[in-house]
Design a binder for this molecule. Structure first.
Ligand code: SAM
Length: 253
């Protein structure tokens, strides 16, 4: 019998996942794989993919360098921003978690094209990855760019950013580490802001500066320079849409 490829294993595991996952923050669309993505999955997964297991991950071993800072990106989509940021910050290590197979293929393709050595990928539900693989107080940063806003009220329970999820994230962040969320949906920005503000372990960087607080009084951060404008965001900006960045720091207990 032929051995199952990692991709096949991942796909099978993902259908299992649909039945059991607690927050239904994503819909697993099969999506068509381009030839390039399929090839990148075949070649790249063994090199840069980490299989989901119920066992903690030693991030220093995974990236083969102990001292570098470790950034987790949740729901990287097609990996455009991930690859760009990793390319411009070779001193940092990036762990990307995404469920969508074409997206995983797309990021693996970029890793290969740009010869990136500081990116690793897990194709799985991030809630389970955080619960079972990520050691407490081990992350220096978390990026969540344009999480699905789940516009309809009856779908709000599917939003990834919930108080309990943020508590889980806090347990994995080092003291002084950051959580960066960006969204182009105002009502979701307000929802995220409320949840992050209500979390006692987080402090809003936008309110650090008293002058800013008193004059413009905005709880949203300026877009950090490391976050590139994606094609999707550029299109939105041309249509007059706004983007809200929220950057919070993990405080000591
Ligand atoms: C709207 S897309 C944004 C993609 C990308 N960050 C961007 O800025 O273009 C949200 C992504 O989050 C992924 N996602 C949603 N819930 C997830 C979860 N629980 N674990 C891993 N990925 C998830 C989805 O598959 C989707 O690709």
């Amino acid at each position: 019998m032929m051995e199952k490829s990692l991709t096949e294993e991942n796909n099978q595991e993902n259908s299992e996942l649909l039945k059991y996952r607690p927050i239904r923050s994503f819909v697993l669309r099969q999506g068509r794989l381009t030839v390039g993505q399929a090839r990148a999955l075949e070649n790249g997964l063994p090199k840069f993919g980490i299989q989901y297991t119920v066992k903690t991950l030693n991030l220093s071993t995974v990236f083969n360098r102990g001292e570098s800072k470790k950034i987790l990106e949740i729901g990287f989509g097609m990996g455009e921003a991930t690859a760009h940021i990793a390319q411009h910050a070779p001193e940092l290590d990036f762990l990307g978690v995404e469920v969508h197979t074409p997206g995983v293929g797309a990021l693996l393709k970029l890793i290969e094209e740009l010869s990136l050595t500081n990116v690793r990928v897990i194709q799985h539900d991030v809630v389970e990855v955080l619960n079972n693989m990520i050691v407490d107080s081990s992350l220096d940063g978390v990026h969540i760019f344009f999480p699905d806003p789940w516009h309809k009220k009856r779908h709000h329970k599917r939003r990834l950013i919930q108080a309990e999820f943020v508590k889980l994230l806090c347990s994995k962040l080092k003291v002084g580490a950051y959580l960066h969320v960006a969204t182009d949906w105002q009502e979701y920005a307000e929802w995220v802001l409320q949840i992050l503000q209500d979390e006692p372990l987080l402090k809003n960087t936008a309110l650090n500066n008293e002058i800013k607080c008193n004059s413009t009084n905005t709880p949203y951060a300026e877009k950090p320079a490391y976050r590139p404008l994606t094609k999707f965001e550029n299109r939105g900006i041309k249509l007059g849409h706004c983007v809200w960045d929220l950057v919070f720091i993990r405080c000591a207990v």
